[in-house]
Design a protein around this ligand. Structure first.
Ligand SMILES: [Zn+2]
Length: 333
């Protein structure tokens, strides 16, 4: 009986004491939580390469800001934006009075963003000659120049290529007209090189690559004749009426009409004070102001003006003075 009572008393003691300990523990726990909630708040710590760069309130909202403000920046020529390193997030407690710094972190990430720029090069025979912003502009330049040079007897390969850079200062693009000019300059340069290589004579620095007509010399420079008042100021080359007369070099038409004893006369200014004159033409194919290339058909052989038969009267003038064309052309004829 005694033993039973003793056991009961022990049991009662334990059940009475245990809730007390539990209560204290639970109270203590609540107190700690309460202190934590009053003093601290949960936030995300943002790390870059293991280094803390700040704290943010909401991870999803913040990643949305990165995508909206950094990755999708609407800058000119931007092909791609990526962050140098992806930020890592870790939930931590910070003191309630400490502020998060989303904007500061965004600015930092923005400064470190790697931006790849895309633009287009227009190439002449493999060499970059102009840069434009869009593929449409590049194709427009190519189209215009192919049209302009379609009759040129030259190996010309005008292409477009994509260019990428991470250096904005390398993206120096031009408007269509400026790009066209740059590409055209290169083509003109190639044409000049070709002309120089094929030159049959150089008159005062001007490359001559084409004979105006081929035929028999019927009257030389400087001779006197009963049909003229003074000495002959040109070279006569007899050929059939209607034969095409070609410009001997590139230049600009400065005269193209009937002119007394010369008949139908075409004058071409080649620059460097060099002019070539083509007289007695039956037809004129060019207009004043028109640019011509070596070999362009400018007129047809005839016998207009002071002429006794179908021939081309060719004059070469340097600073206005007629010189002997056979110094340069038809030398051995
Ligand atoms: Zn003549």
């Amino acid at each position: 009986m005694y033993n039973i009572l003793k056991l009961k008393s022990i049991f009662e003691t334990v059940t009475k004491e245990t809730p007390k300990v539990l209560k204290i523990m639970i109270l203590g726990f609540i107190l700690i939580i309460a202190i934590l909630i009053i003093k601290y708040k949960p936030v995300y710590e943002v790390k870059e390469n293991g280094k803390t760069i700040g704290y943010i309130q909401n991870k999803n909202v913040f990643e949305g800001l990165i995508n909206g403000q950094i990755i999708n920046e609407e800058l000119k020529n931007v092909d791609n934006i990526s962050l140098l390193s992806e930020p890592q997030y870790e939930m931590v407690l910070i003191q309630r009075n400490q502020n998060t710094n989303e904007n500061e972190i965004l600015n930092k990430l923005d400064k470190e963003a790697v931006i790849t720029y895309k633009f287009y090069a227009v190439n002449v025979n493999g060499k970059n000659k102009a840069y434009v912003d869009t593929i449409e502009e590049a194709e427009e330049v190519v189209k215009e120049l192919k049209k302009e040079h379609k009759n040129d007897d030259i190996d010309l390969d005008i292409t477009v290529s994509e260019k990428y850079t991470q250096k904005l200062e390398e993206v120096k693009t031009d408007k269509i007209e400026v790009a066209e000019k740059s590409v055209n300059n290169e083509i003109e340069h190639l044409l000049d090189e070709k002309e120089a290589k094929e030159a049959i004579a150089v008159i005062n620095g001007i490359n001559v690559s084409v004979l105006p007509v081929s035929g028999r010399i019927s009257s030389r420079f400087g001779v006197s004749s009963s049909i003229r008042s003074g000495a002959h100021t040109g070279l006569d080359i007899a050929c059939e009426e209607g034969t095409a007369i070609k410009a001997v070099s590139k230049g600009k038409v400065v005269f193209a009409e009937m002119n007394g004893p010369y008949g139908n006369l075409v004058k071409i200014d080649h620059g460097n004070n060099v002019e070539t004159w083509y007289a007695h033409c039956s037809k004129i194919y060019v207009k004043v102001g028109q640019k011509v290339k070596a070999g362009d058909k400018i007129a047809a052989v005839g016998s207009t003006g002071n002429s006794t038969g179908s021939h081309l009267h060719l004059e070469i003038r340097i600073k206005g003075t007629a010189i002997n064309p056979q110094k340069y052309l038809y030398k051995n004829k």
